[in-house]
Structures are given as structure tokens and as C-alpha cells.
Design a protein around this ligand. Structure first.
Ligand SMILES: Nc1ncnc2c1ncn2[C@@H]1O[C@H](COP(=O)(O)OP(=O)(O)OP(=O)(O)O)[C@@H](O)[C@H]1O
Ligand SMILES: [Mg+2]
Length: 1031
């Protein structure tokens, strides 16, 4: 009887690795937020608050960010002896060797790579080109070690490779695809295993290399529909390693699981917040659940009572049950980006790793007697289960069956070896296409040579170039290779894009041309050997294709606005929107294709929200991408946020996958990712500047509602009229020269929405309606006009009277610097109308603006800063009050002086004193009282004239401003031929704008000169009159 082995209790070993900046991060001017001061510590700096840092201690910290050079073979090595750079060999030395040592001792070993998309998981696990990762190195060294061992022992190595995507297991070494994936079963002794998974016996590293290539190829083909799907899938490679000690009748066996996990940011079911279908997606289930299992195990290790570890809730955790808390020695490599823009994700990865560190495993040496094994094998054969396991206790392999399997694998290997050699020969001599995938690991994996003559490409297997992918037709395009020239011709209306530009006719290809077939299958064309040089093909990555496509569609950082500031650096927020745009563009193309194939009739378009709008102060609003969704049948329209679109895209993929698997695509309406209840849609905004109100002037405006493309959506007629409390319009005599004169007074004005003209939304579909909404000052509610349906130029005629009971300084400032922002909403059949009637029945809104500021001052003071600002404001208001009092006192004094002058005037007739008065050292002629009266009335006349002149000037300036805004929002046409008329129109507009400016200035100068002249003449006249009187 064999003794039960004692388990070795180990914590999960955790390593962090930080990679170099990616090109995208460099373009965005990223800063590095990670530092590593020792072999075990990792510090992360909050880019928004540099003083906030957090340091984590792990078993290992790998600095792969800088301090390296590329040697002649392309291997990244330390740039100098002092560099702390950790290359692939360093990582292998610790983690890979650890895995191998465990396996030789008979322990199961698991290595997991965790981290956000693009953080370097696959780079560490698999590697790129000459920079081999842990998996190939482990396999290579395993065979090297076997070679050097004793001959009287037998070593058996079997290799399997699977992918878990959307909770389905796909065998990456088998061409037959099981609909719904392979089943995960549970055996009371063996635990969970994948039923029917291919496990190939291998005798050399070269064989493993070939199997990995084969698996990667299948993975690439599987991801041709959705490029990004590979980063949402988990890849698991399992090496079963058995040592047979014939002399002792014993075996030692180990399962090595090497797991490249899906991008971790997907676990937060990417921004499904606010979406009706937020819980629907299964894409992230495995990863989310892995986190739950790790958390539960970490708590258990910390001594907390954990009743249930949810291994059974997802496929991945079932398969990793032994690796987490069970019979395995486990290590986790947390891959992180160095860039500030990834700060949140990186921090969350580090926290995840910290939890994983606490998980404790109980690994045992898996030994068995040969006798016991053959008994177990017999019973296993009786059970009828497959010949491989994953994450289950090692599978006993019968001697004979092992020899038999080896023989079959050898035959297969020879056949494939010949096919690979032939393919390589063809690629050397013939022009060909190389696939380009979002995942660099999967780029260049599919190769299609273009034979002499003509060959068809498409979905049908009969094509010389059989292609798969969304939007690829059975016969999609044909390639010809004639007289040393290669051309491509799309079939019918099939989509073919060459170097970013869609083509419809035969097009000649040049070496390194970029071709996109269907919605998003990207290929790089490699020309004849004579055309090839020593170019770096990695330049033509997925981003390159998308940027080129975007540029051809007229989208660039410059086009998105404010290309660069004075320092030549593009505005970071614009860059971020641009990055989002590039990222979403192919996803939108894929979503459209799925909608078409599933006959959903939705058309999705990428838009940049707020491209043209600004807030009520005229500041540009934060730009963001969004997706406009139109049901082409019903013409219903929705606007989806980026997050909602990404969530929906996951769900669409799941539905589409079911459709491809022949399960049909029917879903109940409430679960349909292509459906949403109709809602009101924001069409555009208009700005009406309120400044005239601060001078008690009325304004009648015709302003454009600009949509997110900066184009006119409709025209709004609106009147803003200062009025009496009873609603009587004020006249010119009420115009004030200084808004301060209104301080503390009651101010009333009417906002009258007169009509809305030429609404495109209504023109497109006569059954639609509109509503307008606006907010004024601090009034907490948006006021909506009544909905109008089915009229293209509706007369609205709605007014409200706004009253500020005690016009505060703040309110007056608001009037002078803000606009009334009116939003235009599109209503569609079946959607709820926007309702808000917060005014009183007579259409009155009354606000005590003074009270508001006081309430805010005492009430909620969210931060010290704000309360400080309010104190300052209050002080300023007090000072203004003081100034007002002084002003009042001065006026009273003035009246008093006037009266005394009158008195003096009348007594002067009797005494005739000298006609001068000394004020503040100035000597002024003292007019007679009658004169004085006249002067006073005249003074009021000048002021009125002055106010009039300013009003006229203001109004024409306002018009100039309108012209200027129009100019600013004009977008150049995409069609080059339209450029000339555009420039012509622009210069005409500029001229008009200039003319208006000139004439306004001239008019103001003239008016002021006239007033001054008039004043002077009056003064002279009065002097003359006085002198006349003397004589
Ligand atoms: N340590 C490193 N040194 C140099 N380049 C690296 C390193 N780590 C990652 N990279 C590069 O960063 C890019 C992204 O890496 P990788 O494909 O490994 O990310 P990933 O985490 O597997 O992403 P996904 O979740 O999408 O699969 C690749 O181009 C890779 O070459
Ligand atoms: Mg990867």
C-alpha cells in the first residue's frame, strides 16, 4: 500500500511586468506612472495627483519598460550592465524554470497571465519573433532535459491547446468545430475535464512549435469575424508530462497549464451602466468569476469563513479548480502598461494580483504504480471518456496506447511537414496576402498566395482563396496574376477597400498595399519577390489600417477640432476622442454587418458628440464619440453612448455566434441587443447670447440649431424682451448704460419661442415631431415647449416670463457672459414626450437671485475652495452695495447743489457775484440757474443718445458674432471638387463679416462724434449766451 503524499502548501507566486510604451501611447504623449525600486516592489503614481502613490510588494517585479536595446537577431537585451531591464530570458529563468522544476518533481504547475488588453500577456507567455516567451521556452527546455536524462526511463509528453470564448470551449488542434463547443464534464476522481479534447503526443520541441502554429492559425480563423474576439478569449495550453520509471514500476506525472487570459478590462462588462441589457453578456463571465474565486480563496486564506468558492459558475474556473486552491503550484504574471492613460486599469490589475498572492495551494507529487495505472486505464476505457484531461489529476496512459498514439502523431507530423514546406516555397516565389489582426499575435498567421492566372476569393470552400469574415460573400473578389501584375476586382457590390479607399472596379496592387475585405478583414499584399525589400512589415499593423481608413473618410485629429495648441501638442481630449473613434470604427462596421446578416435593419454610424457645440458660456463642450442608430425600416433613431454600444456589440456577437452555429437568431424583443424602446433624440443646440438683457435691451434673433456635425438642423426664431412685472415690454428709455444700475432691482423679461424653421428631422419623416428645451440661470428644471408633430415649420409661440426679484451681481454677470442654450429634441412615433411645466400657470418663473447666492453660501458648501469663492463674492457684493450708496449720496448732493445753484442764481440777479465756482481745484464757469436746468435736461438727452448708439452698436456686433460663429462652424467639403466653391463662399462670408465690423465701428464713431459735437456746441452756446448776457 502506497503512503499518501504530504502536500506542499504554497501561496500563489505573483510577478508584475511593465512593458515599453506602445506607439499609440507614444503618440498620445503618455507619461510613465510605474516605478520599480527593487526586485519585488512596484509603485504606481496617480497622474492626476502625483503625490498619491501606492507601492505593492510581489514575489517579482520585472522592469521591461526601458533600458534595453535590440540586438542583431531582434532580441531585446539590457542596454548596459547597470540597466534593470528584464527581458524574456529573465522572466523565463524565474517563472518558466519554476514550472519545469515542479513538473520534474511530479507537481502540477499552472502559470496564468493577467492584465488589460495590450498589456503584454501574450508577449510574456508566447512572445514575438526572436523574443520567445515562457511557453516555447518551457517546451524547449523540457525536451532538452529529456534528451540528457537516463535512457532506461521513459518520458511521455502530450500537448493540447484550447480557447474559451463566450463560455464555449474550442479545441485549437482540431479542425472539426463542435457547435456550442466541447463539453466540460466532471469525474468524481478526476475532477473537471474537457471531453474529447485533442491531446497530441510529442517527441520534440519542433513538433510542439508546429502544433502551436496550427492552434494559432485556427484561433486566427475563428477570430476573423470579430478581430477583437481574441482579446476576449482565454487560451489554455496543457502539457501532460509523465515520467515512467520502469525499473521501479512507478510513474510521476504532472500537468502544466499555461494560461493566457482574456483582457481584464472586459470583466467590468465594459460600460454597460445605463443600458437596459447590462447583465446580458456572457463574454466576460469566466474572467469575472475567476476574480470571484480568487477573492473567496484569498478570504479563506486570511482565516475568514468562506462557505462557497464559485468554481462551478464558469468554464474557466472549472478547468482551473486544481490551479486555484488545489493540487497545483501556481504563479501569476500581472502584465501592466506603463502609461498614465491606463492608470485605472493598471491599479486594478495590481489590486487583483495582490488578492491572488493570498491564495494558498496544496500541491502533491502525483505518483502511481504501473499496476494501479493499468487498472485505472481499464476502468476509464469502460467509462468511455476521452483520452485527455485539463486541470484534473493526471490521466494514466496505457503503454500500448501511448506507442500507438505516438505512431499516429508521427504520420500526421510528416504529412503536415511536407505541406508546410510547400507553402513556404510558394510564399517565397508568389505574391500573396497576409492577414492583419488587432491582436499582433494573430497577424501574418493566414497566408494566401495568388497563383498565376485568375483566382477567386470568398467564403465558399471552392474558391482558390477561401476567406472567412463578416461581410465576406461566397464569391467576394477575384485576383489576377498576369504579366507580372496583380489586380483585384470586387464582385458585384462586395466591399473591397484598398489603402483606405473603397474600390468598385479592377485595381492594380502594389507591394505593401493594404486591403480590407468585407466589413473588417484586413490583409497586407506582398508583391513579387523582385518588388520586395527589407521592409519592416510590423509597421503595417491593425492601427495603421484603421488610421488610413479614417483619414480616407476625412477623420483626423485636426478635423476633430483644435488640432494643436500653441506648443504643437494636440489637445489630449481631442486625441482621446480620436483614439476612441479609431477603435470603434471597425466595431461599428462589424455591428452593421451583423445587423444586415441577422436582418435587423439597423444602421449604425459613428459620430462625435459636441463636435460643434459649446456650453452656455461658449466654451467647447467635452467631445465624445457616440453611435447614431437608425432603423432603416421604421426610421426610428437612437443615440448610443460608446459604453452602451460596446456592451451591445458583445451581445450582438453572442447572438450572431448562435446564428452561425445554426441555433437561429430569434430572441424576445426585450432581450434583443438590436432593439430599444424609442426615445426622444437630441438633434442640436442653439445659442442666444443674453448680454442685451443686462442693458435692458430687447433682442429678436434667428439662430441656427447646429447638430453634432456642426451643420444646421433647423432655425429658431426667438424674442427676448425686458418687460415690466405686468409683462409690458420696456422701451428704449429703459435702456441702461451700466448693468450695475439694475443691481438689486427686480428684472423681468420674456422668452418667446416664436417658431422653428426647416427642421431636417421633420423633413426626413413627416410623422415625427419636435420639442425644445432650455434652462435659464439657476432654475433647476429644463423648460420644454409643447410637442409639435408632423409640421415642418411649426409656429410655436410660447412665452414665459422670467423674473429675478433681486438682480444680484452674479445674475448680471450671468446675463453678460452666458447664452440661453436651447436644445432641439426629435420626437418619433411611440416615444415619450418630454414634459416639464415648472412655471406657474401664467407662464411665470420667479427667482430671487440674491437669495440663491445666499442660500448657496450658507447651505451646501461642497469644498473649502467654493466657500472661499463665495465669501469673496459676498465681499464684492458688499463693496458694490457700498459703492451704490456712495453713488446715491453723490446724486443727492448733486440735487442739493443744483438747488443751491438755483438759489444763488436768483440772488445773483440782485447781487451779481463773480460767476465762478471752485470745485476740487478746478475752475468752472457757473451758469445761471436757468442755464443749469437746461444743461441738466441736455445731459439726460446725451445719455439717451449715448445709450442708443451703444445699443445699435451692440446689436450689429451681435450680428457680426453670429456671422463669425457661422464661419467657425463651416466644415470644408470632403469632395475636392467642392473645395473651390467652398473657398469662394468662405471668402464672401469673411468679407461680409469684415464689412459689418467696419461699418459698426464707423457708425459708433460717428454717433459718438455727433454726440460730442452736439455737447460741445451746447456748451459753447451756453457760454456765448452767458457772455451775451454780460454784454
Ligand atoms: N515586455 C515587452 N517588451 C516589448 N514589447 C512588449 C512587451 N510586452 C508587450 N509588448 C508589446 O505590446 C503589444 C501588446 O502585447 P500583447 O499582445 O502581449 O498584449 P496582450 O496583453 O496579450 O493583449 P490582449 O489582451 O489583447 O491579447 C505587442 O505589440 C507586444 O509586442
Ligand atoms: Mg494576447
Amino acid at each position: 500500500m502506497m503512503k499518501m503524499p504530504t502536500p506542499s502548501i504554497d501561496s500563489v507566486k505573483v510577478a508584475v511586468r511593465v512593458r515599453p510604451f506602445s506607439q499609440r501611447e507614444k503618440n498620445a504623449g503618455s507619461r510613465c506612472v510605474i516605478s520599480m525600486h527593487s526586485r519585488t516592489s512596484t509603485t504606481i503614481h496617480d497622474p492626476k495627483h502625483p503625490e498619491h502613490t501606492k507601492t505593492f510588494t510581489f514575489d517579482l517585479a520585472y522592469w521591461s519598460h526601458s533600458g534595453f536595446q535590440v540586438d542583431k537577431d531582434g532580441v531585446l537585451t539590457s542596454a548596459d550592465p547597470n540597466s534593470k531591464f528584464a527581458g524574456q530570458r529573465d522572466v523565463f529563468r524565474d517563472l518558466g524554470r519554476g514550472v519545469l522544476d515542479s513538473a520534474w518533481q511530479g507537481y502540477n504547475a499552472t502559470l496564468l497571465a493577467y492584465g488589460q488588453t495590450g498589456s503584454g500577456k501574450s508577449y510574456s507567455m508566447i512572445g514575438f519573433g526572436a523574443n520567445k516567451g515562457i511557453i516555447p521556452s518551457v517546451c524547449e527546455e523540457l525536451f532538452q532535459a529529456i534528451e540528457s536524462r537516463q535512457r532506461d526511463h521513459e518520458y511521455q509528453v502530450a500537448f493540447s491547446m484550447l480557447e474559451i470564448y463566450n463560455e464555449q470551449v474550442r479545441d485549437l488542434l482540431s479542425r472539426t468545430k463542435e457547435p456550442g463547443g466541447l463539453r466540460v464534464r466532471e469525474d468524481p476522481q478526476l475532477g473537471f475535464y474537457v471531453d474529447g479534447l485533442t491531446s497530441v503526443p510529442c517527441e520534440s520541441y519542433a513538433q510542439i512549435e508546429r502544433l502551436m502554429e496550427q492552434g494559432t492559425k485556427l484561433r486566427t480563423t475563428a477570430s476573423t469575424n470579430m478581430n477583437a474576439s481574441s482579446s476576449r478569449s482565454h487560451m489554455v495550453i496543457t502539457i501532460q508530462f509523465k515520467q515512467v520509471f520502469l525499473d521501479r514500476g512507478l510513474t510521476k506525472q504532472a500537468h502544466i497549464n499555461l494560461v493566457d487570459l482574456a483582457g481584464s478590462e472586459r470583466q467590468k462588462s465594459s460600460g454597460s451602466e445605463g443600458d437596459r441589457l447590462r447583465e446580458g453578456s456572457r463574454v466576460n463571465l469566466s474572467l469575472t468569476n475567476l476574480g470571484n474565486v480568487i477573492s473567496a480563496l484569498a478570504e479563506a486564506a486570511a482565516g475568514k469563513r468562506v462557505l462557497h468558492v464559485p468554481y462551478r459558475d464558469s468554464v474557466l474556473t472549472k478547468l482551473l479548480q486544481a490551479a486555484l486552491g488545489g493540487n497545483s503550484r501556481t504563479a501569476l504574471i500581472a502584465a501592466i502598461s506603463p502609461a498614465d492613460i491606463c492608470y485605472e486599469e493598471t491599479l486594478s490589475t495590481l489590486r487583483y494580483a495582490e488578492r491572488a498572492k493570498k491564495v494558498r495551494n496544496r500541491a502533491v507529487v502525483n505518483t502511481s504504480t504501473l499496476m494501479r495505472e493499468s487498472r485505472a486505464e481499464n476502468s476509464r476505457l469502460l467509462l468511455g471518456s476521452g483520452n485527455s484531461r485539463m486541470a484534473a489529476p493526471p490521466a494514466p496512459l496505457h503503454q500500448l496506447s501511448w506507442a500507438h498514439r505516438l505512431e499516429r502523431a508521427r504520420e500526421d507530423w510528416q504529412l503536415r511537414h511536407a505541406a508546410i514546406a510547400q507553402e513556404q516555397q510558394m510564399l517565397k516565389t508568389l505574391p500573396h496576402l497576409l492577414n492583419v489582426n488587432e491582436d499582433p499575435q494573430l497577424t501574418g498567421v493566414l497566408k494566401y498566395s495568388i497563383q498565376a492566372g485568375s483566382c477567386d476569393a470568398g467564403r465558399a470552400a471552392s474558391n482558390a482563396i477561401p476567406l472567412q469574415g463578416l461581410g465576406i460573400a461566397d464569391k467576394h473578389a477575384s485576383f489576377t496574376n498576369l504579366d507580372g501584375k496583380v489586380t483585384v476586382t470586387p464582385h458585384g457590390k462586395c466591399k473591397v477597400v484598398v489603402n483606405g479607399v473603397p474600390i468598385t472596379t479592377k485595381t492594380k496592387l502594389q507591394h505593401l498595399d493594404r486591403i480590407i475585405l468585407g466589413s473588417n478583414s484586413a490583409y497586407l499584399y506582398i508583391g513579387f519577390p523582385s518588388e520586395r525589400g527589407s521592409e519592416d512589415l510590423s509597421r503595417f499593423d491593425y492601427d495603421f489600417f484603421q488610421l488610413e481608413r479614417a483619414a480616407a473618410e476625412g477623420v483626423s485629429v485636426d478635423k476633430l477640432g483644435a488640432g494643436s495648441g500653441g506648443d504643437g501638442q494636440a489637445d489630449p481630449s481631442v486625441l482621446a476622442v480620436f483614439q476612441d473613434y479609431i477603435k470603434l470604427m471597425p466595431l461599428v462596421a462589424e455591428a452593421n454587418q451583423m445587423s444586415e446578416e441577422l436582418r435587423k435593419g439597423l444602421k449604425m454610424e459613428l459620430k462625435v458628440k459636441n463636435l460643434a457645440s459649446s456650453d452656455s458660456r461658449g466654451y467647447d463642450l467635452q467631445k465624445e464619440v457616440m453611435v447614431k442608430v437608425t432603423n432603416q425600416r421604421t426610421r426610428e433613431v437612437w443615440i448610443w453612448s460608446k459604453a452602451k454600444f460596446i456592451n451591445r456589440k458583445f451581445l450582438m456577437e453572442e447572438l450572431y455566434q448562435r446564428f452561425l452555429d445554426g441555433e437561429g437568431s430569434h430572441v424576445a424583443q426585450e432581450d434583443d441587443p438590436f432593439w430599444d424602446p424609442v426615445e426622444a433624440v437630441h438633434l442640436g443646440s442653439a445659442h442666444i447670447w443674453l448680454q442685451p438683457l443686462a442693458y435692458c435691451m430687447m433682442l429678436e434673433e434667428q439662430v441656427e440649431f447646429l447638430n453634432c456635425d456642426g451643420l444646421e438642423e433647423a432655425v429658431l426664431h426667438v424674442h427676448l424682451t425686458p418687460c415690466s412685472p405686468a409683462g409690458q415690454a420696456r422701451g428704449e428709455e429703459d435702456v441702461v448704460i451700466d448693468p450695475l444700475e439694475l443691481l438689486g432691482k427686480r428684472m423681468d423679461f420674456q422668452i418667446r419661442i416664436v417658431r422653428c424653421l426647416g427642421t431636417k428631422w421633420l423633413k426626413e419623416d413627416a410623422g415625427r415631431g419636435i420639442q425644445m428645451g432650455y434652462r435659464i440661470y439657476d432654475h433647476p428644471h429644463t423648460l420644454y415647449t409643447k410637442p409639435v408633430w408632423k409640421i415642418v415649420n411649426p409656429q410655436i409661440e410660447e412665452s414665459i416670463q422670467f423674473t429675478a426679484l433681486n438682480a444680484s451681481q452674479e445674475f448680471l454677470n450671468y446675463l453678460q457672459t452666458n447664452a440661453l442654450l436651447v436644445d432641439l429634441w426629435g420626437l418619433q412615433e411611440g416615444c415619450a414626450e418630454l414634459s416639464c411645466s415648472q412655471q406657474d400657470p401664467e407662464g411665470h418663473i420667479m427667482v430671487d437671485t440674491k437669495k440663491i447666492s445666499t442660500v448657496m453660501d450658507i447651505g451646501q458648501t461642497p469644498s473649502n475652495q467654493i466657500s472661499e469663492l463665495y465669501l469673496k463674492l459676498l465681499k464684492l457684493e458688499q463693496e458694490t452695495e457700498l459703492l451704490r450708496n456712495i453713488n446715491r449720496a453723490l446724486r443727492e448732493e448733486n440735487v442739493f447743489l443744483k438747488e443751491s445753484l438755483e438759489k444763488i442764481g436768483s440772488s445773483q440777479q440782485a447781487h451779481k457775484p463773480p460767476n465762478t465756482l471752485r470745485i476740487n481745484g478746478m475752475t468752472a464757469q457757473l451758469p445761471a440757474a436757468r442755464e443749469m436746468n437746461r444743461v441738466c435736461t441736455q445731459q439726460a438727452g446725451y445719455d439717451r443718445e449715448f445709450a442708443k448708439a451703444i445699443k445699435v452698436f451692440y446689436q450689429s456686433m451681435n450680428m457680426a458674432r453670429g456671422q463669425f460663429l457661422k464661419l467657425r462652424h463651416c466644415k470644408p467639403p470632403e469632395d475636392d471638387q467642392m473645395l473651390r466653391p467652398f473657398v469662394h463662399q468662405q471668402s464672401q462670408m469673411l468679407k461680409d463679416f469684415g464689412d459689418r465690423l467696419e461699418s459698426s465701428l464707423w457708425k459708433l464713431k460717428n454717433d459718438v462724434a455727433l454726440i460730442v459735437k452736439w455737447k460741445r456746441e451746447c456748451l459753447l452756446h451756453s457760454q456765448w449766451g452767458h457772455t451775451d448776457g454780460k454784454h
